[in-house]
Design a protein around this ligand. Structure first.
Ligand code: GTP
Ligand code: MG
Length: 339
């Protein structure tokens, strides 16, 4: 991409386009395509990358070939400015970058250890488990802790909480923040809640979330839960393939949001009974079939164990399968008390 040859490089206009990563930076694009693109409301290069060429073509009416070109140009720009990994990158560079990756503490040292330090930015962490296993408590606790500074386990940012089950409770946020000596009203101010009423409403919220993420300095995106609405709407075998298709689109768009905005994503997921019980196995599987298995970066199974809870790392590109004990108290997720 020809960024260097812009004669207007030092102008304020160019600077603001660069800062907002405006699609105007696609200087090789014919003006009529650019204006057709603007009509879709996708004004930033990040938007283009999150949508992907297929959606771009469907939304704008621009040909698939042109959309592939636009998409690749947008990726190249994000590579240039360091938001996305360069196409051919030495593993050492990737390793150095990973060491500096942002993480959000869960509130439990044990749980953080299981995750290699906490919820990772640029990745999807999926927690699944039975009712009362602690998924919603983890979502509440993380949306409080993300607001702390890096030395305290946070990322100095806000949380965007997409609530599909009507289980977000500001009172719980108040208790958790009080117990953690954070200011409850400030903490509540930094959590943006979106209640989703249907799967298409949830998709609309997600597509609009990009503006909020930038404007409110969001560092944690929560979906509690990610697919319950799909499960309740698409019933029966005949609807299964359409449901999987839509969920597949959903998780890929979430992954692109996590990566282009460098935020952590926490997905709560339901369980379904599995016939494959046996030694070391559980009788539950995450809902949603293979869709999440392939898209979540980390998958964690939560279960009750007397007064405590157990978290098991089930799938990770860089952690062994192992489990830890945590508990829930007024401060949210925490470590079990030593007796
Ligand atoms: P579903 O959404 O129903 O599938 O369950 P979930 O996994 O989201 O459960 P959730 O995280 O809501 O956990 C609920 C459990 O957390 C309750 O059964 C309590 O055991 C515990 N809990 C919730 N609030 C408090 C609290 O203020 N203090 C303590 N000690 N425990 C709490
Ligand atoms: Mg819940």
């Amino acid at each position: 991409m020809n960024h260097g040859s812009d004669p207007d490089n030092s102008s304020f206009d160019h600077k603001s386009k660069k800062e907002s990563l405006s699609i105007d930076l696609l200087s090789d694009l014919p003006t009529e395509l650019l204006s057709q693109l603007k009509k879709t409301g996708l004004l930033s290069l990040k938007d283009i990358v999150i949508e992907g060429p297929f959606e771009l073509s469907a939304k704008s009416g621009i040909s698939m070939d042109d959309c592939n070109f636009i998409y690749n140009q947008a990726i190249a720009y994000l590579e240039d400015v360091g938001i996305m990994e360069k196409r051919f990158t030495p593993a050492t560079t990737i390793y150095d970058k990973r060491k500096k990756i942002g993480r959000i503490s869960t509130g439990s040292k044990n749980f953080d250890k299981l995750l290699g330090g906490g919820l990772e930015t640029g990745a999807i962490t999926e927690v699944y488990g039975e009712f009362g296993s602690g998924k919603t408590q983890l979502c509440h606790t993380a949306s409080v802790i993300v607001q702390l500074n890096r030395n305290q386990g946070g990322l100095d940012g806000g949380a965007l909480y997409i609530d599909t089950e009507n289980t977000f409770r500001p009172e719980r946020i108040e208790t958790i923040s009080r117990a953690r000596r954070q200011n409850p009203s400030q903490t509540l101010d930094n959590i943006i809640v979106a209640r989703a009423y249907s799967s298409s409403h949830q998709e609309l919220i997600l597509s609009e979330s990009r503006r909020i993420i930038e404007a409110q300095n969001i560092k944690l995106l929560i979906l509690d839960s990610a697919i319950s609405l799909y499960r309740s709407e698409y019933l029966g075998l005949s609807a299964l393939s359409l449901r999987q298709q839509r969920m597949n689109k959903l998780v890929h768009s979430i992954m692109r949001i996590a990566q282009t905005h460098q935020i952590a994503v926490l997905l709560a997921n339901q369980v379904q009974s599995s016939p494959e019980t046996g030694f070391g196995n559980t009788s539950f599987k995450a809902a949603g079939g293979n869709i999440f298995a392939h898209s979540s970066t980390y998958r964690i199974f939560l279960r009750k164990s007397n007064r405590n809870r157990i978290a098991r790392m089930v799938d990770s590109p860089n952690h062994p399968e192992s489990e830890i004990v945590f508990s829930i108290d007024e401060s949210g997720i925490t470590d079990p008390q030593k007796i």
